[in-house]
Write a protein that binds this ligand. Structure first.
Ligand code: NDP
Length: 236
């Protein structure tokens, strides 16, 4: 059994974030989720936050700190896609995905950092994607935002690694959630044919990796990219 921590998961009202929050609760942690609408799982504290707005992120942290104590584990999970081919992609489609997925992560981790330094303990877990390093047609905005999280975690590791703080990336493959349900059936079948495990992943499988990274056994792992993708991205 790992030490009980205060955990904040962004975008914890559905999908992967919800499953991570559920698993962290089962692991015995105190768990808060951010949400724009809807609630996190039973046993979690739900606070409102918009990833493109630092003030709302600051207010969310302040509320969590008041109710659960200083945040020790941060899971930056909230993210969006706006898929289209480069020649059709507008600047707004590019920058809005970067603003939510990458700058949103910056806003969250920056707000968390002071508390982590003060407590001389921190686990920063960034939810990237296999396509960050593998690439994906129609996802120049999204894959750029997700690849950048690798540099983010590794720079953070070099900045704060001596203070008991780790920063790691989880790179999920194709996981069954609302995000992937939007893809056309033909595209889903085409992805399936390329996955060595020959199936899509489940949200609980991402939650398992996050649970490990938050736990005592992962204290010496930092700057790592952990693929949870059925072998899709091997070698990337
Ligand atoms: P969902 O679309 O099911 O959920 C996305 C979550 O992010 C929701 O809680 C959503 O809140 C929140 N969110 C999105 N934009 C914002 C914003 N601007 N401010 C606050 N919250 C926001 O996605 P998944 O669960 O599938 O994905 C979770 C993460 O995992 C994402 O970062 C995604 O890129 C990544 N991922 C997913 C994969 C998959 O196959 N599903 C594969 C690889 C990576 P709201 O409900 O209010 O919209």
């Amino acid at each position: 059994m790992s030490t009980s921590r205060t955990v904040l998961v962004t975008g914890g009202n559905r999908g992967i974030g919800y499953a991570i929050a559920e698993r962290m609760i089962a692991d015995g942690h105190r768990v808060a989720v951010t949400s724009r609408s809807g609630e996190g799982p039973a046993g979690s504290l739900t606070v409102r936050a918009e990833m493109t707005d630092s003030a709302s992120i600051d207010a969310a942290f302040t509320e969590v700190e008041a109710q659960l104590g200083p945040v020790e584990v941060v899971v930056a999970n909230a993210g969006i896609t706006k898929d289209t081919l480069l020649l059709r992609m507008t600047e707004e489609e590019f920058t809005s995905v970067i603003d939510t997925n990458l700058t949103g992560t910056f806003r969250v981790v920056k707000r968390a950092a002071k508390g982590l330094l003060k407590g001389r303990f921190g686990r920063v877990i960034l939810i990237s994607s296999v396509v960050g390093l593998y690439g994906s047609p129609g996802q120049i905005n999204y894959s750029s935002s997700k690849a950048a999280l690798v540099g983010f975690a590794r720079s953070l590791t070099r900045e704060l690694g001596s203070r008991g703080i780790t920063a790691n990336v989880i790179a999920p493959g194709f996981i069954e959630t609302d995000m992937t349900a939007e893809l056309p059936e033909a595209q889903q079948q085409q992805y399936l044919s390329t996955i060595p495990a020959s199936r899509f992943g489940q949200v609980a499988e991402i939650a398992g990796a996050a649970s490990f990274l938050a736990g005592d056994d992962a204290a010496y792992i930092s700057g790592a990219v952990i693929p949870v993708d059925g072998g899709l991205g091997m070698g990337h």
